[in-house]
Design a protein around this ligand. Structure first.
Ligand SMILES: Cc1ncc(COP(=O)(O)O)c(C=O)c1O
Length: 380
């Protein structure tokens, strides 16, 4: 009999039964009164989750489309944009912005480290930047940016629009738009919300909306705030067909978040990450992200001597856990494991056990050592 396979890649994350059930419902018209109610509920609750009193957009698409949407609505060709990059997804902003003819400056950290805030401040003083992007958790490195301190520092530059990529963070890491002085925040359904891929969620506050107004007509159609605002105010109207079943799935995910309480959810993510990372270190792995800047949503894990990447990941999959490969220069040297969204203690413990059995196949006998650690951390 084949072992059950846990989906522990950093997105898509496991989709709970009750969320799956919503995707299996008979689809209705987007103007159906009950569906419109459900969509309105999602929009209202999503604003509360990140404490935003601005606008919200829930649109079919993935995180990359949200990245494009965030830039397209506030920057014109020739505007200056500062990108803070802690890895592959920070760099993706560079490609998107350059395609649009935006003037890009990039502050990149060595993978695993962060860009110092003082350096960001000094760079912002050098020219009139219209916006800055920060990736809250870069999935390629597992580094978490200090978005609150950056937001505080940005109060010295009141004209700059602060865009935060929350794809690998929102609903798993603390993220409050107003408290953190964030003007645009976005995520996608397949990460810490634990919904299947296919929806982007983007919040824009008043400053971002004013910036949208100030640039007039834009080249993009599908991601133009102005095309979606009437729909987000009255979801029975049509601009482009909403993903009815995914919106129901999102509603169930929001119900689960509210039932847990967002603060408790953050605490759970923190506890799980600490326990998981400690167990992995005890098993001989190293965590790429420097201490103090480690994400709670995923771990980027460097192999001990003698463990070959592809063989490890395929053996681990037969032992019941699917993880993702390293990216960039860390391809072949590390694996990435998600611990975000609707996962529980069973998932954590059985995945550590699978990792131990896989190591055993590499003649590394650490059976029960990681389990001992994670069990003790989880009962604290
Ligand atoms: C931090 C971050 N930003 C953006 C993206 C792109 O999202 P998508 O793959 O949904 O287009 C990802 C994807 O993993 C991500 O982790």
């Amino acid at each position: 009999m084949e072992t059950k396979k846990l989906l522990m890649i950093p997105g898509p994350t496991p989709v709970s039964r009750s969320i799956q059930d919503q995707m299996g419902r008979e689809t209705v018209a987007f103007s159906d009164a009950n569906f419109v109610n459900d969509f309105n509920y999602c929009l209202k609750e999503l604003k509360k989750i990140v404490k935003s009193d601005g606008e919200i957009f829930v649109i079919s698409g993935s995180g990359t489309l949200a990245m494009e949407m965030s830039l397209a609505n506030v920057l014109r060709k020739g505007d200056n944009l500062l990108i803070i990059s802690h890895g592959y997804f920070g760099d993706r902003f560079v490609d998107i912005a350059k395609n649009k003819g935006i003037n890009v400056d990039v502050l990149s950290s060595e993978w695993g480290k962060t860009v110092p805030i003082d350096l960001i401040r000094e760079t912002l003083k050098k020219k009139p930047y219209r916006a800055i992007t920060v990736t809250h958790v870069d999935t390629s490195t597992g580094v978490k940016a200090d978005i609150k301190s950056i937001g505080d520092m940005l109060k010295e530059f009141p004209e700059i629009i602060y865009i935060v990529d929350g794809v690998c963070a929102t609903a798993g890491e603390e993220e409050y738009m107003d408290d953190m002085n964030i003007h645009i925040l976005f995520t996608a359904s397949q990460k810490a919300f634990g919904v299947a891929p296919g929806l982007l969620i983007l919040w824009a506050n008043e400053k971002a909306l004013r910036a949208r107004e100030s640039i007039g007509t834009i080249g993009e159609y599908f991601v133009d705030f102005n095309n979606w605002l009437p729909i987000m105010h009255e979801p029975s109207k049509y601009f482009a067909t909403p993903s009815v079943n995914l919106i129901w799935a999102l509603k169930e995910s929001i119900r689960l978040i509210n039932e847990e309480g967002i603060e408790n959810r953050f605490k759970r993510h923190e506890l799980f990450a600490r326990a998981y990372q400690k167990a992995l270190e005890e098993l001989g792995f190293r965590i790429l992200a420097e201490e103090g800047y480690r994400a709670n949503t995923l771990s980027n894990v460097l192999y001990p001597e003698g463990v070959e990447d592809e063989l490890f990941r395929t053996s681990l999959a037969t032992e019941g856990v699917q993880v993702a490969a390293g990216l960039g220069t860390f391809k072949g040297k590390m694996f990435r494991i998600g611990h975000m969204g609707n996962i529980d203690k069973h998932d954590l413990i059985s995945s550590i056990a699978s990792i131990e059995r896989t190591l055993y196949k590499f003649n590394i006998d650490k059976l029960s050592i990681g389990l001992n650690i994670i069990q003790r951390e989880l009962v604290k």
